[in-house]
Design a binder for this molecule. Structure first.
Ligand code: NI
Length: 227
């Protein structure tokens, strides 16, 4: 299941992120790859310890924390510090599965990757190719979104970045450990939550059935969540 988060970064926030990362020194992207994915990966990346990457990453984390859609869909427990990459001149990332556990260099902070996130930081008209292609249970989905939009997808899925044949694709990417490990359970909670939110608008927050369903949501979360 893919979840699009429109306008995770508004225009001003996007501009702040871009001005930070555009001024930084980019390096070969294989610094974060496992052995298998290193064979498939051709791109540039900001080093994790670059101050611009850390400042831009904090801006991204703040935006995530204030997005109700992100929180409802991801039910985040631990988020890996956001990274930044770029593709140009035919660069691509071939089909792969993301590493199961990410360990932050220096701190030892560990995150089991349940969900992967890509935030698009360049307008889609300005480059050709660069679609994030994800193999899901419902077929292959190709994602190329306006700058500031994000997509969440299961880290367990096979995915790739198509070659960028014109212009430059810039993105933030990272992983998170969800309170609810199982994709299907997390999806049911998200569907239930979304329906309750709409029912609360239609019937009122104090409607007895809305209150009851809200209880069901929290009791399922209590059953399934690690916190
Ligand atoms: Ni990946």
């Amino acid at each position: 299941m893919l979840t699009v988060i429109p306008d995770l970064l508004d225009a001003e926030t996007l501009a702040r992120v871009r001005s930070l990362i555009d001024a930084a020194d980019w390096v070969d992207g294989n610094v974060t790859s496992g052995h298998q994915s290193a064979l498939a990966k051709r791109n540039l990346q900001l080093p994790e310890d670059a101050p611009q990457a850390q400042q831009a990453g904090q801006i991204v984390l703040d935006a995530l924390g204030s997005s109700p859609l992100f929180i409802a869909a991801a039910l985040p427990l631990k988020v890996f510090p956001p990274l930044f990459n770029s593709y140009a001149g035919g660069q691509a990332f071939g089909t792969h599965v993301d590493n199961a556990v990410r360990i932050q260099a220096g701190t030892g902070f560990r995150v089991r990757s349940d969900l992967s996130i890509t935030i698009f930081l360049e307008e889609p008209e300005s480059y050709d190719g660069g679609e994030l292609t994800v193999e899901t249970n419902f077929g292959v989905q190709r994602v190329k979104l306006p700058a500031g939009h994000a997509v969440l997808y299961p880290s367990s899925s096979l995915h790739r970045v198509e070659p960028v044949t014109r212009g430059r694709r810039v993105a933030s990417f990272f992983w998170l450990q969800s309170m609810v490990r199982d994709d299907a359970a997390r999806q049911m909670l998200f569907d239930l939550d979304s329906s309750i939110q709409q029912l609360a608008v239609d019937l009122g927050h104090d409607n007895a059935q809305v209150i009851r369903l809200t209880g069901v949501y929290h009791n399922l979360l209590r059953r399934w969540a690690e916190a």
